[in-house]
Write a protein that binds this ligand. Structure first.
Ligand SMILES: [Zn+2]
Ligand SMILES: [Zn+2]
Length: 347
């Protein structure tokens, strides 16, 4: 089969590889669409340590079943499916508590951090366990379905956030996850949603997708003006809930400063391993800080929300291209070419 292989850092090539073998509990999926995730782009140069070559990356995908393992009886060839990015064991302490995203034996598709290597979906075929596979309704295209993984991250974060009807929300970062979080937090009942991002074109998208106001903190400036603008929009108090979808010091500090006393901040972004944390502001104002990792059982809800149009992803798709063009799209994303959101490859 054709596969987009990370042969060594910064060197992606379409190569021939053997079609993966499936076990008794697995299904073999003919991949029809696979999104390039920011984490794949960051993995390209080796700095994250989570894409050790040789590796086929790709964990945001959809396609059709071509073969089922001996113990899989409810999926047939031709069934349209997507799958979770996290392969959980189903047996450890966390899995048995229903926290599969925290599985002790968790592996992520298209990732190789050292202890394991699991080839992903930038290939014609991928083998995945039945328990992470979900059927797709006919009205979701493969390209749309490739974004379910990202939607699930945003929906999980909102599910962990104590939102009440009529609350005000701030969403820091209007990248892919931020734009989805804006839609999710609106569905959860927030009436006032303030998007924060240094890029005006992204803020325009945020307004299209449900934000009621935007604040541009201007790269390089101190965040005092942005925080003042947020307070002005929230009755001088700050927002009831904040979702942080960047994961770096400035953004985290803005998120915490944007919350009202007694408010809640959910941290989703995690680009930086450490940030400068405003401890006294959190303790002294009794802010609840919640981390959010991947998703935990939200796939069926996300499929429903997308199928009914409650969450829209089309405006987030910047390009759809054949797998052969993968290396050049990765380069463009790596160079931070402006106005690129989600790029989807079709193996
Ligand atoms: Zn991803
Ligand atoms: Zn487990």
């Amino acid at each position: 089969m054709n596969a987009l292989l990370l042969k060594e850092y910064m060197n992606l090539e379409v190569v021939q590889m053997p079609t993966p073998e499936i076990g008794a509990d697995d299904v073999l999926v003919r991949v029809r669409a696979c999104g390039i995730c920011g984490s794949d782009v960051h993995g390209l140069d080796g700095k994250t340590g989570r894409r050790i070559p040789p590796l086929v990356m790709g964990h945001e995908a959809a396609g059709e079943v071509v073969e089922s393992g001996a113990r899989v009886h409810d999926l047939r060839p031709g069934d349209r499916v997507t799958f979770d990015s996290t392969v959980y064991c189903g047996q450890c302490f966390h899995c048995t508590r229903g926290e599969v995203n925290l599985c002790d034996n968790r592996e992520v598709l298209g990732v190789s951090p050292g202890p394991y290597r699991r080839h992903g979906a930038f290939a014609e075929y991928v083998a995945v366990p039945r328990r992470i596979v979900y059927r797709l309704p006919d009205n979701l295209s493969y390209e749309q379905a490739a974004l379910i993984e990202a939607v699930s991250v945003a929906v999980h974060a909102v599910n962990l956030t104590p939102v009440r009807l009529g609350d005000s929300a701030v969403v820091v970062g209007s990248g892919m996850i931020g734009l989805l979080a804006i839609q999710a937090v609106r569905l959860a009942g927030c009436s006032r949603i303030i998007a924060v991002d240094p890029d005006d074109s992204r803020l325009a998208l945020a307004m299209q997708l449900g934000a009621t106001a935007t604040v541009n903190p201007k790269a390089g400036a101190d965040n005092g003006a942005a925080v003042a603008a947020i307070h002005e929009l929230t009755g001088g108090r700050g927002a009831d809930v904040v979702l942080e979808c960047v994961g770096a010091t400035d953004a985290v500090r803005t998120a915490i400063a944007a919350a009202r006393k007694g408010g809640a901040v959910t941290l989703v972004g995690n680009v930086a391993p450490d940030v400068n944390f405003p401890l006294q502001s959190v303790v002294g104002r009794q802010i609840r800080v919640q981390g959010s990792c991947a998703s935990n059982g939200e796939y069926p809800a996300c499929i429903e929300l997308m199928s009914t149009g409650a969450i829209r992803v089309d405006t987030c798709i910047s390009a759809v291209a054949p797998l052969e063009d993968g290396p050049s799209w990765f380069q463009r994303l790596y160079r931070h070419e402006p106005n690129l959101m989600k790029v989807i490859l079709r193996p």
